[in-house]
Write a protein that binds this ligand. Sequence first.
Ligand SMILES: *Cc1c(COP(=O)(O)O)cnc(C)c1O
Length: 391
Amino acid sequence: MNSKEIIEKYDSSVMHTYGRLPLAEQSGSCASCRDADGAEYIDFGSGIGTNSLGFADKEWADAVSAQAHTIQHTSNYYYNETAAIFASRLTQLTGMDSFFFGNSGAEANECAIKIARKYSHDRYGDGRNTIITLQNSFHGRTIATLSATGQDVFHQHFFPFVGGFKYCPANDIAALNELVDDSVCAIMFEAVQGEGGVNSLTPEFIEAIFTVAAERDILTIADEVQCGCGRTGKFLAVEHFGVTPDIVTMAKGLGGGLPIGVCLAKGDAAQVLTPGTHGSTFGGNPVVCAGANVVLERVSSEGFLDSVLEKSEYIKKALLEIPCVTGISGMGLMLGITLDGISASDLLKRCLEKGLLVLTAKEKLRLLPPLTISYEEIDRGLDILRSILCK
Ligand SMILES: *Cc1c(COP(=O)(O)O)cnc(C)c1O
């Protein structure tokens, strides 16, 4: 099928929940891909940060395929070696004690919300169930995670939403301390807000979260679904701030393009969920874990995270030389670009026409290239950006 045929077939049967672009990706390697008509693209979006090792990484694809040829799924009533290896690696890399296996970011955050509420209920009984989240946050599309998301545009259509969430302006310490009362059981945040516009929290604000949380036995929840797994140049973005949350959620880049979501916990928070209190049929799927194992090995290999930071500096330096780039936010290979004279959504469409895949976040252009992107691919992508912006 050519692109047009694929798009027509898909659109006639799949719900139109996305403003999709007219691109049918067919095959790829690292940060380069082709559409169904053979046109080439450089990928600065990695499937919204999921293809952390790029398209069809050989080692990753071999591991996934070998696992599919061996055993593809066990129920969660049994054990499996591939999942066990992944589990011990992940707890080692994060320093967390244990985690719950799910399949997406929203599911990981649902688990975090359940842990926070049960932790508090077990200790203090009814009424201590408020979770403070941040304005401009994004935590997922289920009813509870939409409720957690601090953006009014998401609080429409699906009433009633889940109660018990309060929204604090990011980086506003006075507002945070104002919102904290005896009903609060947890504070949930993205160290670098992704969908909300690639905004890093300030070290002072993160410190304030952890200070008030420690004083009042409030759990801290870091949503690292987008900023985790090496994306910012540390395995977890919170490592830049020197804090250890009670709960960390991860998803997007962790499976290298296969669905996985985990909710990690430390200390007493890791003891909250007991048999029968939570579950997910596909959680811990061995094929997914085989791919995720390759991601963990690669991201934790000698020099890998430094290479993410080096590529980040290289891209930032080149972008800042473009006159209409007025600012760059974010960390590592999670970058938000403020533009003068062109809207991010227009630029995204122009990039697509010229063979470059990018993302937007609010009014910014957002780049989430594969962590393995080559300098040659970076240069080709930057050339396309310059050809549009420097005229
Ligand atoms: C994408 C995202 C989610 C939701 O993940 P899904 O896999 O789409 O459910 C949650 N939190 C953050 C920070 C995200 O970027």
